[in-house]
Design a protein around this ligand. Structure first.
Ligand SMILES: [Zn+2]
Length: 231
């Protein structure tokens, strides 16, 4: 490596240290985003292999969802939490693309997630989007898109309102307030089958509100994929 190149690499590592996004150890030049150990020990749910899985059950009796799944188990102070923080609060947008690709590889043979017309990331409010510089769910969708060959659409579903913390509210109250936050509009014409993409699923209220917004414009065939599931 010539001196200039080495200087540039060292210089960029000041700003972008090559650390594992999960355990924070130094990465080898062959490793990207995650070290080999973290990559092979990701706490995958394998929910996509099971009909009637935990994520699908979240929506039972609430909204109609064809299939739903989440890639990783999220635990407080766990490695997935660290990854999600990197993705959402530390500007590591490309980690979302990387994890989306990984997830896509395990979904590629799944009938439920093939042949969808669009991947629709859960939108951020424009102000929040501007502040963060990107929408983490859109980054995950980009990764999924490159493996599943389904285009990402970030115009049909919009977040028109930001609301405060919903902690402590009942599920019905949460959904009622969230329903006013999302608006769907499909000027391009007919869309049959979509997959909603989120970063973390907990109570499912946000996704429920998104499904209702899509139902309002006649989109009924909806699947859900989330990167993490916080029990
Ligand atoms: Zn690691």
């Amino acid at each position: 490596m010539n001196v200039l190149k080495r200087y540039l690499v060292d210089f960029s590592s000041l700003f972008f240290p090559r650390l594992c996004s999960s355990c924070r150890t130094d990465l080898t030049p062959q490793e990207h985003f995650l070290c080999i150990s973290c990559l092979y020990n990701l706490p995958v749910t394998d929910f996509h292999l099971h009909e009637g899985n935990t994520i699908e059950k979240i929506f039972w009796g609430r909204v109609k969802v064809k299939a739903a799944s989440a890639f990783l188990f999220f635990r407080q102070k766990g490695k997935v939490q660290h990854m999600m923080h990197q993705l959402k609060y530390h500007g590591n947008a490309e980690l979302g693309v990387f994890l989306g690709k990984l997830y896509g590889q395990s979904l590629v043979s799944q009938e439920a997630y093939k042949n969808a017309d669009l991947l629709i990331p859960v939108p951020l409010h424009p102000q929040k989007h501007k502040k963060r510089g990107y929408n983490q769910s859109e980054k995950i969708a980009e990764g999924l898109s490159s493996v599943l060959n389904i285009p990402v659409n970030n115009t049909i579903l919009k977040r028109i309102k930001q609301i405060g913390s919903q902690v402590g509210k009942s599920r019905i109250d949460r959904v009622e307030s969230l329903k006013e936050c999302f608006l769907a509009d499909c000027p391009e014409g007919k869309t049959d089958k979509v997959i909603l993409i989120d970063d973390t699923i907990t109570t499912g209220s946000t996704l429920e509100a998104c499904v209702l917004a899509l139902n309002n414009i006649g989109i009924e065939n909806i699947c859900i994929l989330s990167l993490a599931y916080a029990e």
